[in-house]
Ligand binder design. Structure first.
Ligand SMILES: [Zn+2]
Ligand SMILES: [Zn+2]
Length: 936
């Protein structure tokens, strides 16, 4: 690429011709790696590095607009710090996404689209084409298939990130299941286990019967749904009734009972697992029955009526059934009151042996049957519609059952306390700050973390059970015998770890932990973790806990949370609404820079981004606008000094010594320095959106629309020295402004910069500009001139003066006489005045007649009408228009005087007519005034 030459700069900016070429070039030159900064002397190892761990992409994923926002913000920060000369590392990678990958692969097994991959890995396929399940394959084949699948289809997002311009260090790319990270997972599990922070227990978990595993809270999506509330009565023992004397379903089961307690439930099938009925102790309706015994329908179990303050007296009847094995609140009540906890469901959402007559039925089948039976026995009181938030599996949409189950847990309290302290004492700052409270609140009320999953794809739990002595062996190396008794009768726990367990280690496992590597010592703790506010707890809080516990330090100093991307009306994007914006399509149509600029200028910390295609188009036009401005600047350089490589842009020293700077030069330099100071401050405050908007306004509104136009006076003039100064200022300001814009729009700015006279190899590593002195006087003076020009332009528009016509102007400048006389060239060019008919005086002896008078500050401007319009023709036109309006007034007045109309027409119609008349009268007065001013 030739510097300072228009060669190779096409007429319009074509992103597709530029983006891939530049990205590959940056990468080939090593600009994404901190080592290159050291080698080229752009930064030194003595400095503190700026480090971001990129949130690992799921191997099953595709780039969606939410990722695009995350990556755009992180790349902006990385590029900015790199330009500031800080050693910069942005470390990318992939997450094995256990349950997500399971779902994709299991679906492929189910519809047999994984057959060719299975053949490839040597799996013997069955003769028929029945659907396959993960259980058909078994663990070993499934895991092999997983790796083959990843090899062929995985990591799509990382390729797409290149299109987005992500300047991350691909040489350091990691995968949560690679050898090093697997060792990190093993090490942390073994350490936590031996410290007593990991244990095995029988507790309440979220169970997805479709996926056949426990799932994390994050994987449960709550949806508001209309369901039913069933009111059921349980007979009470006593008053002559000693329990059912007939079989369930005979219709005579509750015969003879006289007292009842009525409960309301959204899940009648769970009645089978009830072990109590509970009421609030302060609920006077039930004081009498507390301590009595009810008989559980269908099962016949005798259950106590208990009092517990957790019961909401306003829900249903105020009496609730207690099912400790299938509801978290009931589980706690069960623990408090020492109740039994029968699990009436199997792993696959069928009813278990403990469900009695209903054993083996699916949950919904059981629900239908038990409701019918309750009705038959006269125990169903009524059914109501009910709004209810129901948990669904994020991966497969199956309704999640809360369920008691034997799982592995992390004892979270001690870890949470350390994580709370790290934010409380300011070691970690959360931006925006309002999320700090949410963070405290969540960690203060945290429950133990269930980390085992009944799946195959992931890190196997490193625990071996001994069949001879019941002891567990938990070691770094796979054991061959029991540590306690030496028996070789041992078997490994079949479960794997929650995906979030390995992602919680991400900031340090990727840098080499548990080894004491150079990367870990230099880059850890990382600087900032940037992510959507929706995974603050599930990921961010866990990284903080594990970082402190395992790596012995906070994982990052700052947490920056951005919002969700919504559509232009603020609606959540979803496939069903059809309002999903695909970032790849947008990049195809508008270019990557337009997408990035739209995402980045639409966002403020923690707030959602409303994405509109209109903005996208406007920002593509912005890229074109800068392109054209650059082409103009480069073309004037080329015309003056063809092929001159030695041209140096205006440096601060030269600028100070130049007495040839004009007012517009001083003005644009001052505005430019102010912009640099503002943008830098806004970047420091994480207010990237506002910074982008200011750069946009400066480039378009001040540099292109004003400065380039004003500089043409000198560029097209005869004075060579003036020409030279204009060129220098044009290049100087453009060069430093594209540096500011580079983190937002990396491609168009690099391409322009490569064609501008420059020192250094690439804009991506060019120094971030520093703000020079501001020139308040120049800014104030230019502001006045611009205001005068705008006033004259408005007058021209109002009188419909043809754009090409140069008009006469008489100016009483007062104290601004020297300023305006000095800048008459600017006024003439910008307001299209007739150079021979511009009169600037300190004061006027006599005010011009038949002229339009404008006042701007202390300056009076008179524009003789004869200079703008053909007087006779204009008078004629005005007279005709007045006649039209007068007719309208007459029509309207007549209508409003008509009693019939007033009586019959709707009030709004009358009102509208009155408004119309008032409008006519106003217009008539204005036209007459204008006509008056044109009379001799
Ligand atoms: Zn599921
Ligand atoms: Zn043993």
């Amino acid at each position: 690429m030739e510097k300072g030459s228009i060669t190779g700069l096409p007429k319009t900016y074509n992103p597709h011709a530029v983006e891939k070429r530049l990205y590959d070039w940056w990468e080939k030159q090593g600009h994404f790696a901190p080592e290159t900064q050291f080698e080229k002397g752009l930064a030194s190892r003595e400095q503190k590095p700026f480090v971001i761990s990129m949130p690992p992409s799921n191997i099953t994923g595709e780039l969606h607009i939410g990722h695009a926002l995350v990556m755009a913000i992180e790349d902006l920060m990385i590029r900015w710090h790199r330009m500031r000369g800080e050693p910069t590392l942005w470390l990318p990678g992939n997450d094995h996404a256990s349950i997500g990958t399971h779902n994709v692969i299991e679906q492929a097994l189910d519809n047999r689209t994984a057959d060719d991959l299975l053949r490839e890995i040597g799996y013997l396929l069955p003769d028929d084409d029945r659907p396959l399940t993960r259980y058909d394959l078994g663990r070993e084949w499934f895991v092999r298939l997983g790796w083959a699948w990843k090899e062929r289809y995985g990591g799509v997002i990382n390729r797409q990130l290149r299109r987005l311009g992500a300047s991350c260090d691909w040489k350091r790319e990691r995968f949560t299941m690679d050898e090093g990270l697997s060792r990190a997972v093993r090490t942390s599990f073994v350490q936590l286990y031996h410290k007593g922070l990991i244990y095995r227990g029988y507790y309440m978990v979220n169970w997805c019967s479709r996926c056949g595993t426990a799932v994390s809270d994050l994987e449960v999506i709550h949806q508001e749904e209309t369901t039913h509330l069933w009111y059921v009565r349980y007979p009470l023992i006593g008053n002559g009734w000693e329990g059912p004397q007939a079989e369930w379903g005979s219709g005579r089961w509750a015969k003879g009972a006289t007292e009842w307690i009525e409960v309301a439930t959204t899940r009648p099938e769970t009645i089978l697992g009830d072990t109590a009925v509970a009421v609030n102790p302060s609920d006077e309706r039930y004081t009498e029955v507390v301590g009595h015994t009810a008989v559980l329908p269908a099962i016949g179990r005798r259950i106590p009526i208990i009092a517990d303050s957790v019961v909401d007296p306003d829900f249903g009847t105020g009496a609730v059934k207690v099912t400790p094995a299938h509801d978290p609140t009931d589980y706690e009540m069960g623990t408090r009151h020492g109740l039994e906890m029968p699990d009436v469901m199997n792993d696959d959402a069928t009813m278990s042996e403990l469900a009695g007559l209903y054993a083996g039925q699916g949950t919904y089948e059981c629900r239908r049957n038990i409701v019918a039976d309750l009705e038959k026995e006269g125990l169903l009181v009524r059914i109501e519609d009910h709004q209810h938030a129901l948990g669904h599996c994020q991966r497969c949409d199956q309704v999640i059952e809360p369920r008691l189950s034997t799982q592995w847990f992390v004892r979270i309290k001690p870890l949470a306390e350390a994580a709370l302290a790290a934010v409380r004492d300011g070691r970690i700052k959360i931006i925006p700050e309002r999320f700090t409270k949410v963070y405290y609140n969540w960690l203060e009320n945290i429950h133990d973390w269930c980390i085992s999953r009944q799946l195959y794809w992931g890190h196997r739990i490193p625990v071996w059970y001994c069949d001879d002595c019941d002891e567990l062996t938990v070691t770094m190396e796979d054991p061959t015998s029991c540590q306690a008794c030496g028996s070789t009768n041992i078997r490994q726990d079949p479960d794997i770890l929650d995906t979030w367990f390995s992602s919680a280690l991400w900031p340090f496992s990727t840098l080499g932990w548990p080894d004491d590597t150079e990367d870990l010592r230099y880059f850890y703790p990382t600087t900032i973790l940037e992510t959507g506010y929706d995974i603050l707890f599930f990921w961010v809080a866990r990284m903080i806990m594990m970082g402190l516990e395992c790596a012995g330090d906070i994982p990052f100093h700052y947490v920056y949370l951005h919002g969700m991307v919504r559509d232009e009306h603020g609606q959540k994007m979803s496939r069903s609404k059809g309002n999903v914006v695909d970032p790849l399509e947008v990049m195809d149509e508008y270019g990557t820079d337009a997408l990035r600029f739209t995402l980045l200028t639409g966002s403020t910390p923690g707030n959602d981004v409303n994405l509109s295609l209109t903005r996208m188009e406007a920002n593509r036009n912005f890229a074109n606008k800068i392109w054209n401005a650059a082409r103009f600047v480069i073309s004037v350089l080329a015309a003056k000094r063809p092929g001159d490589q030695a041209f140096q842009p205006l440096d601060a020293e030269t600028r100070r010594r130049y007495d040839a700077l004009t007012l517009p030069d001083r003005w644009i330099l001052s505005r430019h320095n102010r912009l640099i100071a503002d943008v830098t401050r806004l970047f420091e405050d994480y207010n990237f959106g506002e910074a982008g908007r200011q750069i946009y306004d400066f480039l378009w509104g001040e540099y292109c629309d004003w400065f380039i136009e004003m500089s043409k006076i000198r560029l097209y003039g005869e004075d060579d020295e003036a020409k030279d100064v204009a060129q220098q200022v044009l290049v100087y300001v453009l060069d430093r402004t594209v540096r500011l814009l580079h983190p937002f729009m990396p491609f168009v700015t690099e391409e322009i910069w490569q064609h501008l006279p420059h020192g250094g190899e690439a804009l991506i590593v060019a120094p971030w500009p520093e703000a020079g002195p501001m020139d308040e006087a120049a800014e104030a003076q230019m502001a006045l001139i611009m205001e005068i020009v705008r006033a004259i332009r408005n007058a021209r528009a109002k009188y419909k003066v043809e754009p090409g016509r140069r008009i006469e102007a008489i100016i009483a400048a007062g104290d601004e006489y020297e300023l305006l006389s000095g800048q008459s060239d600017v006024l003439i060019t910008a307001a299209r005045l007739d150079a021979d008919k511009l009169h600037i005086a300190r004061t006027l002896e006599e005010k011009p007649t038949q002229a339009l008078g404008l006042v701007v500050g202390g300056v009076e401007i008179y524009l003789p009408l004869a200079g703008m319009v053909d007087l006779a023709k204009e008078r004629q036109r005005l007279a005709e228009e007045i006649e039209e309006v007068t007719k309208g007034i007459a029509r309207s007045e007549k209508l409003l005087a008509n009693e019939d109309f007033l009586a019959k027409a709707p009030a709004q119609v009358v009102e509208r007519e009155r408004d119309k008349l008032a409008g006519y009268r106003q217009r008539q007065a204005k036209l007459q005034e204008r006509l008056q001013s044109l009379q001799d």
